[in-house]
Design a protein around this ligand. Structure first.
Ligand SMILES: Nc1ncnc2c1ncn2[C@@H]1O[C@H](COP(=O)(O)OP(=O)(O)O)[C@@H](O)[C@H]1O
Ligand SMILES: [Mg+2]
Length: 302
């Protein structure tokens, strides 16, 4: 007997999901490995957030993202992600301090594909008012940059980070053709905007699938937004050494193509990674149905 497959995700259903997001905890998500369970310095904050209805809804390599039903903001907490050793990133606030500065930098130059970060003051207020975190504790965590509080972008990431070797799971395999065609157009638009930012010396450097969120604009059209500005650079000023070093490593890790004669890269990371996602969606468009049934069939073997 042929198994019945779930319906592919339609544009309409996507719009409903983006307008009324159902936040689902990843704590029991079987796709996710090595999820940090907690860290003693964060205990007071994490238990207050939990008691106030906040849940960890998305994993990153360095951080976990927490959200609350009905709240327009989300909290990125360093060290609460997936990977070999996510706790390594606890109390290394310089990552989020840099990310916040670069998020502001892109916004101040007119680029709104990234989320808007809350000020220090507003971040403390949100932790206290909406998270039930004691004021002293909220102040500590915000001023030490253990947390970054920003707009919650409602939608579906292109992929989710799993913490396994093949380190992400594609979310868009479940999309129908019409929706995939819109994803393609949205990625091409993001590519153009990022090109403009690059032209002003602003580089994101890691627009890979888990860092792209498919969302809706005010007109109800699909848009591609970008998160995770931890390795972004503003070429008009020096970047921290760890950013420069990680960016140099990413050029080889992500296989940015080189000219065979000169050995120089023919694209930057932003162009290369977005081109890759665009190629992936283009390739997926005609075969999404087959990939979906294959994925369903293999699911039992995990
Ligand atoms: N502002 C946001 N709104 C909604 N989801 C977000 C937001 N920022 C991040 N995410 C989700 O959380 C995941 C992890 O965040 P990210 O900033 O990439 O962390 P990391 O630096 O650890 O990789 C992302 O892949 C994305 O799915
Ligand atoms: Mg990320």
């Amino acid at each position: 007997m042929k198994p019945t497959l779930p319906q592919p995700l339609s544009k309409r259903r996507f719009q409903e999901m983006a307008r009324e997001p159902a936040l689902v905890s990843i704590d029991g998500d079987r796709r996710v490995y090595h999820l940090a369970s907690g860290y003693w310095v964060y205990d007071e904050m994490l238990s207050a957030l939990k008691n106030s209805g906040w849940i960890r809804f998305a994993p990153g390599f360095k951080a976990g993202l927490y959200g609350k039903a009905g709240c327009q903001h989300c909290i990125k907490i360093l060290g609460m992600g997936v990977g070999e050793n996510p706790l390594y990133f606890c109390e290394r606030g310089y990552y989020l301090e840099h990310e916040r500065r670069l998020l502001e930098r892109f916004r101040s130059r007119g680029f709104v594909f990234g989320p808007k970060a809350l000020s220090t003051e507003d971040s403390i207020r949100l932790l206290v008012d909406q998270g039930g975190v004691p004021a002293r504790q909220a102040e500590l965590r915000v001023t030490r940059n253990d947390v970054l509080i920003m707009d919650f972008i409602s939608g579906v990431p292109l992929a989710i980070q799993t913490g396994q070797y093949v380190n992400y799971d594609l979310e868009i395999v479940g999309f129908d053709r019409e929706l995939l065609a819109e994803v393609l157009a949205a990625l091409q638009q993001l590519h153009r905007e990022l090109d403009q930012a690059n032209g002003l010396g602003l580089l994101h450097n890691d627009p890979m699938p888990p860092n792209i969120i498919l969302s809706l604009n005010d007109a109800g059209e699909l848009t591609a937004r970008l998160v995770d500005f931890e390795l972004a650079q503003d070429l008009s000023e020096p970047s921290p050494d760890y950013v420069n070093n990680s960016v140099a490593e990413l050029y080889s890790e992500r296989d940015v193509p080189r000219n065979s004669k000169t050995g120089r890269h023919t694209k930057n990371l932003d162009q290369h990674l977005l081109d890759e996602s665009i190629r992936l969606v283009r390739d997926l468009l005609p075969i999404a149905g087959q990939v979906r049934s294959l994925a369903e069939a293999l699911d039992g073997y995990r």
